[in-house]
Design a protein. Structure first.
Length: 230
């Protein structure tokens, strides 16, 4: 659209130059240069320089139209044209520099995004690796604990150390203890001094495990267990 407008303006100027046979030689060139600078928005990027070019051209207009000094006016037009050419070069370099800066900024931003993505993937890989290692360590620890229980604990345990997350029914159900979760009230009655709730134990609690209990005590424990299902 700008190119079309510029072509139309050039056409008008050429037509005007054809009609005005007494116009100074440099006037049309200076006018075209000013129009091109306007199209390149030089007034925004180089306001002072554009003002100098425009002022020089206006001085030529004053000499031509008001004082009828064609030779002096032509010198001003030539000077305006030469200043305009220099300014056009500066505007072109300025725009090329802006484009290069924008390109470099885009490259830097893309590099930052790629680095952030690499960091995210690396962190995710490390987390996954740590999780797998933790799972392997847990499995190994559980195997060692199971082997230690079998080797070091006698068949008839009289005490037991609570592990994380265990309840009395779970403890009573262990094979090395009662192998019957319904007998948990026996352990509860023997450890009332340190247990408030049979379903809320603390890791590290050392519980007494009754062994010499009667058949009637076992039946009563099962009845109590059924009244309060785990």
């Amino acid at each position: 659209m700008r190119a079309l407008r510029l072509i139309l303006l050039i056409f008008v100027l050429v037509a005007m130059a054809g009609c005005g046979s007494h116009d100074p030689v440099w006037r049309m060139k200076a006018q075209l240069t000013l129009l091109q600078l306007q199209q390149e928005d030089a007034v925004a990027s180089h306001p002072d320089d554009y003002t100098h070019v425009s002022s020089t051209f206006k001085q030529g207009e004053t000499l031509l139209l008001e004082q009828e000094e064609e030779d002096k006016a032509d010198q001003q037009y030539k000077l305006a044209y030469q200043k305009g050419l220099l300014l056009k070069q500066e505007v072109t370099l300025y725009k090329e520099r802006l484009k290069e800066e924008a390109r470099q900024k885009e490259i830097e931003e893309r590099a930052i995004r790629e680095e952030e993505e690499r960091s995210r993937l690396e962190a995710e890989r490390k987390r996954q690796q740590e999780l797998e290692e933790a799972q392997k360590a847990l499995q190994k620890s559980q195997k060692i604990d199971a082997a230690t229980d079998v080797v070091s604990h006698p068949v008839q345990l009289t005490s037991y150390t609570v592990r994380r997350g265990e309840t009395l029914p779970q403890i009573a159900a262990r094979p090395e203890l009662y192998n019957d979760m319904a007998l948990w009230p026996l352990i509860y009655r023997a450890n009332r001094d340190q247990i408030r709730d049979p379903y809320q134990l603390w890791p590290g609690q050392k519980l007494k495990i009754p062994r010499n209990f009667s058949r009637e005590e076992a039946l009563e424990a099962r009845r109590q267990a059924h009244r309060r299902s785990p």
